[in-house]
Design a binder for this molecule. Structure first.
Ligand SMILES: C[S@@+](CC[C@H](N)C(=O)[O-])C[C@H]1O[C@@H](n2cnc3c(N)ncnc32)[C@H](O)[C@@H]1O
Length: 195
């Protein structure tokens, strides 16, 4: 996962924006729902927030309060620093967070939890609980007929092929897994807070 996202940094936002490689993706209503997701994030009460696996900062810029973004990829962080100059950024591993216990009021993470296999998922949740009392997770909503967890092949503009693990979530099931509650759900997205 690390190498794939590092290679994808400069074209990552195309996925959110439905352009270039993703221009022909069949996602009716995607732009409206992505804008709604951005509003959900803006509406979170301002807090000292750590955005783990912040990527290009596409969603980091919607968080209010004192915001720190962390990612393992310096290529992703270069883009994030350009897009969100008001936030602080750090390079590091989400499974071994370089912060003290209770350093933040909220840990936010968008489209990272969904890529974790079970051992890493457990490790990440423990790290999240260690550094912040509140956890907010964003991911894709499971659609009828889709597999909830699968390995998928992704192709980048340069033609390189990558295998990526991805989970899709039924909102209430994700809330139970995190011992939290569903904050928002739409056709494409789910946002869960814990506690
Ligand atoms: C799908 S992207 C999500 C980016 C951003 N949160 C968003 O919603 O647009 C996943 C991100 O996880 C980062 N990542 C992968 N493994 C990581 C790890 N162990 N520690 C920190 N970041 C990691 C990748 O570099 C990438 O930026």
């Amino acid at each position: 996962m690390k190498a794939y996202y590092h290679a994808r940094a400069r074209e990552y936002d195309d996925w959110w924006l439905g352009q270039n490689l993703y221009a022909d993706k069949d996602r009716p209503g995607w732009d409206e729902e992505r804008a709604q997701l951005e509003r959900w994030i803006e509406e979170l009460p301002p807090k000292r927030t750590l955005d783990v696996a912040c990527g290009t900062g596409f969603m980091t810029r919607r968080l209010r309060g004192e915001v720190t973004g962390l990612d393992q990829s310096d290529a992703m962080l270069d883009v994030a620093r350009e897009q969100v100059p008001e936030a602080t950024f750090a390079q590091g591993d989400a499974l071994d967070l370089p912060f003290d216990d209770g350093a933040f009021e909220r840990l936010f993470s968008s489209y990272f939890y969904c890529h974790l296999e079970e051992d890493d998922r457990v490790c990440f949740v423990a790290e999240a609980r260690r550094v912040a009392p509140e956890l907010v997770i964003v991911g894709s909503r499971l659609q009828p007929g889709e597999e909830a967890a699968r390995w998928v092949e992704r192709v980048l503009t340069d033609g390189t092929r990558w295998q990526v693990f991805k989970r899709l979530f039924e909102p209430e099931a994700l809330a139970r897994e995190l011992e939290g509650r569903v904050l928002h759900e739409s056709h494409y997205f789910v946002m869960v807070a814990s506690p």
